[in-house]
Write a protein that binds this ligand. Structure first.
Ligand SMILES: Cc1ncc(COP(=O)(O)O)c(C=O)c1O
Length: 292
């Protein structure tokens, strides 16, 4: 099992991986990133992640230091060198270093960093029993640039602190219009009968890659899809609620603000979708995470 960092293409031990204190990612959160995991040792949906990184970079006007195909090769190489059975990869692009000052033109050379870690999964009990979440009116990480995965998650860090203090796993972020948009690091879905409902991209969500894959296979689990705004009341009235992200896959939510959802246990639609997703990523014959 190994951890490593790759800075501007150079592979380094974690203890040797250093960036400047003048890096704007550090100074201002002036950066974009992706979180990727492997299945069978191969980065899942790598091209989609690289496309989203490219879109994020374009959205915040950070020039891509490498084209997305070359960056994908760099990520694959770093995963290969780390040699873990399964890895987590964080790919970051900052505007680079320069004199102090917000003016973006003070930095001219973007910095790219790839961090590889052995993949750590959530405990089986979270999938078996489901998790609690809270709702909170707060900003989203992407509010400064909708749809971009930007480096500054401060509002989410603070919201998550509140969630942890209440024994909850995640925060369902409520926007100014009073709608539930997404989690701090996840997308949110509710199940109503045989319909899967999730906020549309226009709600300003991060278009999750797990979300997109799940929407594409919902029919295999016998569900129709509705992309529409949801309110906290819709969440509380749902038959089932779950979160998606690259690292969580499909995580059942059984309590929101202390109130049970449906029967207060992971529901059959969530289970069916999760199994369909596992088949989709080639893990159809592996034991599901709730049996782990
Ligand atoms: C704000 C936000 N929404 C949604 C997601 C889920 O996206 P994905 O499924 O691509 O991991 C993330 C992932 O970290 C996120 O940070």
């Amino acid at each position: 099992m190994s951890r490593l960092a790759c800075i501007d293409g150079a592979i380094l031990k974690p203890e040797d991986a250093k960036v400047s204190v003048y890096d704007r990612g550090f100074l201002y959160g002036d950066s974009v990133f992706e979180t990727i995991r492997t299945y069978g040792g191969r980065a899942f949906a790598l091209d989609e992640h690289m496309r989203r990184l490219e879109r994020s970079a374009l959205r915040v006007a950070i020039p891509m230091p490498l084209d997305r195909h070359s960056l994908a090769v760099e990520v694959e190489r770093a995963i290969h060198v780390a040699g873990n059975a399964e890895s987590y990869a964080r790919v970051m692009l900052s505007r680079g270093s320069g004199p102090l000052g917000l003016d973006a033109s003070l930095a001219t050379r973007p910095l790219r960093v790839v961090l590889i870690e052995p993949l750590k999964l959530l405990p089986a009990s979270m999938y078996r029993d489901g998790v609690s979440v809270i709702t909170q009116r707060t900003e989203r990480a992407g509010d400064a640039a909708h749809g971009a995965k930007v480096g500054n998650y401060l509002a989410s860090v603070l919201a998550l602190r509140d969630a942890k203090a209440q024994g909850a796993h995640e925060v369902l972020i409520v926007d100014v219009a009073g709608r539930v948009v997404e989690g701090t690091t996840s997308n949110v879905f509710i199940v109503r009968g045989a319909t899967l409902v999730t906020p549309p991209e226009e709600a300003g969500i991060l278009p999750g890659i797990t979300r997109a894959h799940l929407l594409s296979i919902a029919a295999d689990a016998g569900l129709s899809v509705e992309l529409s705004p949801i309110t906290p009341a819709d969440v509380l009235a749902a038959d089932e609620v779950f979160l998606t992200s690259s690292l969580r896959e499909v995580l059942p939510v059984v309590k929101v603000d202390g109130q049970p959802i449906g029967a207060g246990a992971p529901g059959p639609r969530t289970r069916a979708l999760h199994l369909a997703f596992r088949r989709h990523v080639g893990l159809g014959s592996a034991p599901p995470p709730w049996e782990g």
